[in-house]
Design a protein around this ligand. Structure first.
Ligand SMILES: *[C@@H]1O[C@H](CO)[C@@H](O)[C@H](O)[C@H]1NC(C)=O
Ligand SMILES: *[C@@H]1O[C@H](CO)[C@@H](O)[C@H](O)[C@H]1NC(C)=O
Ligand SMILES: *[C@@H]1O[C@H](CO)[C@@H](O)[C@H](O)[C@H]1NC(C)=O
Length: 481
């Protein structure tokens, strides 16, 4: 149609203008106006489509570009457009396999004191934080034989008589004076004694024991248990109240029989660490008798008064079994032998690192190690199969070095860094220091390993030997500390 109209228009100038032609022309004018409108509309449509396509392309480009960003913050498997879960935030620093901030843990309050734990939990919901969980999991998966509790007892408070049926217990008294009772050998042997700050107590698995604060200030104990499972404990009062009255009456045979048994009533609060408000009414006089040395020193060791082992940066003391006990006094020998008779006993030690001192890289090849920072602050470095980690430590922190893990500890404060350590062995602790094992390795082996001239390594070893002698390291070799 349009084509024919153009042909006619093309002919028009050649011929005279008739009415018909005028009509035709006017019709054509109209048509031209109409086609201009249609072109305009077409352009408008095209513009709209172009804009729409442009927006679509831009948005596609935006989506494609935003994908790699989301990979940084989200797990790659996660759906990029929907998920807003920042996975990275829940990742726990690997150092928490070796470090626990004990002061942040749950405080179990009692009338007579309080208990806190660095331990494994069966139910992950029992951990307060992912960091605590990482530490507990590490203790358990490494089969550490380690659980740590702190026990605070108020003056006159009593840690109720109880026993643990899956662990030995080794305690270090940080502060105060306590009177201890241990019932051993099926009730045949009862040992009682006082313990003061700096001394160590030992309760073999399944021995009934109690701890009473007989001083005026709080007692503060660090307690190490030889289990990496949840500790299993029975308190005497709980056992009593869960025993049927007639059974209790028949086995205890009190004067009033079952009626007397019925006069006992269970307290509402857990009496784990107790301090009755009417204690003065209940206890008229108390005698804190000490058993003979031959008994006491089985369950007790004066760590503070024991032999000191100096090293260039500090001093170490041990409550442990000694293969050669010739340097121990008679009482210490009792403890050393008794410890060795028990399966899964622990060694307790104090490690003091002087201001800016270093406990050089070393590892223990027969024990896991757990430690509590009593004072000062420092830096710990660990080399395990997973690589090297370094972190800071402060008062109240608990550290864990699995067996064979090389570690060093550096004091970084103005004051001494003081540790209470436990090792998972009832045998003599076996340790290898870096200078010792480098000295023990042949020159040519080291030369080959480090790409260093053999004669240069000779001078390094001579230097190391000099330090060792100067530091009057009394015991430099394996099987010492
Ligand atoms: C203390 O108690 C014991 C019995 O537990 C009693 O034999 C002794 O006479 C009492 N001593 C005093 C001074 O009350
Ligand atoms: C234990 O300590 C208490 C309180 O300080 C004291 O009365 C008692 O005599 C001490 N016992 C021994 C055997 O030292
Ligand atoms: C035990 O140690 C002492 C002194 O440290 C030493 O004289 C003695 O030879 C040692 N005994 C054995 C059997 O190694």
């Amino acid at each position: 149609m349009d084509n024919s109209a153009f042909e006619m228009h093309g002919d028009a100038p050649q011929k005279g203008l008739s009415v018909e032609k005028m009509n035709i022309i006017s019709r054509m004018e109209k048509k031209r106006q109409w086609s201009l409108v249609s072109i305009f509309l077409l352009c408008l449509l095209a513009c709209t489509i172009t804009t729409a396509v442009g927006v679509l392309i831009l948005s596609l480009v935006y989506i494609n570009n935003s994908q790699p960003h989301s990979d940084v913050y989200f797990k790659p498997e996660a759906q990029p457009l929907q998920t807003e879960v920042p996975m990275v935030q829940t990742a726990v620093d690997p150092k928490f396999q070796f470090l626990n901030h004990l002061p942040k843990s749950k405080v179990f309050e009692f009338a007579g004191g309080a208990i806190q734990w660095a331990r494994y939990r069966n139910n992950v919901k029992d951990y307060l934080s992912a960091e605590e969980e990482a530490f507990g999991t590490s203790l358990n998966s490494q089969r550490s034989q380690m659980t740590l509790g702190t026990l605070r007892i108020k003056s006159n408070g009593l840690r109720a008589p109880h026993w643990h049926f899956n662990a030995n217990e080794h305690g270090y008294l940080v502060q105060g004076t306590a009177w201890i009772g241990v019932v051993d050998d099926g009730g045949e042997v009862v040992t009682t004694y006082n313990v003061t700050a700096g001394q160590v107590i030992f309760f073999p698995q399944n021995t009934l024991h109690w701890i009473k604060n007989v001083g005026n200030e709080d007692c503060f104990f660090l307690l190490f248990f030889s289990t990496h499972d949840e500790l299993q404990t029975l308190d005497v009062d709980d056992v009593f109240f869960s025993t049927p009255e007639d059974i209790a009456s028949r086995s205890l045979k009190p004067e009033g029989g079952i009626d007397f048994i019925r006069t006992f009533s269970k307290q509402k609060e857990d009496q784990g660490v107790n301090l009755p408000p009417n204690l003065a009414e209940l206890v008229m006089n108390a005698s804190y008798v000490q058993s003979p040395d031959s008994l006491v020193w089985r369950y007790f060791f004066d760590l503070k008064g024991s032999k000191e082992f100096q090293f260039p940066g500090g001093v170490i003391q041990h409550a442990q079994y000694w293969k050669n006990g010739s340097e121990l006094n008679n009482n210490e020998k009792i403890f050393s032998e008794f410890l060795n008779q028990h399966q899964n006993a622990l060694t307790l030690s104090t490690l003091r690192i002087y201001n800016n001192g270093l406990r050089q890289p070393h590892f223990h090849f027969n024990a896991n190690e757990m430690g509590y920072v009593l004072s000062g602050c420092g830096k710990v470095g660990i080399t395990s199969t997973q690589g090297a980690i370094e972190f800071n430590i402060h008062i109240g922190d608990v550290i864990f070095f699995p067996i064979g893990t090389q570690h060093y500890i550096k004091s970084t404060c103005d004051e001494d860094l003081l540790f209470i350590l436990a090792f998972s062995t009832g045998d003599q602790l076996q340790t290898l220091d870096m200078d010792d094992y480098l000295q023990a390795t042949a020159d040519h082996i080291l030369a080959q390993l480090f790409f260093k001239k053999q004669r240069k390594l000779n001078t390094m070893q001579a230097f190391l030997l000099l330090i060792a002698v100067k530091g009057s390291k009394e015991v430099t070799f394996v099987c010492t500390y």
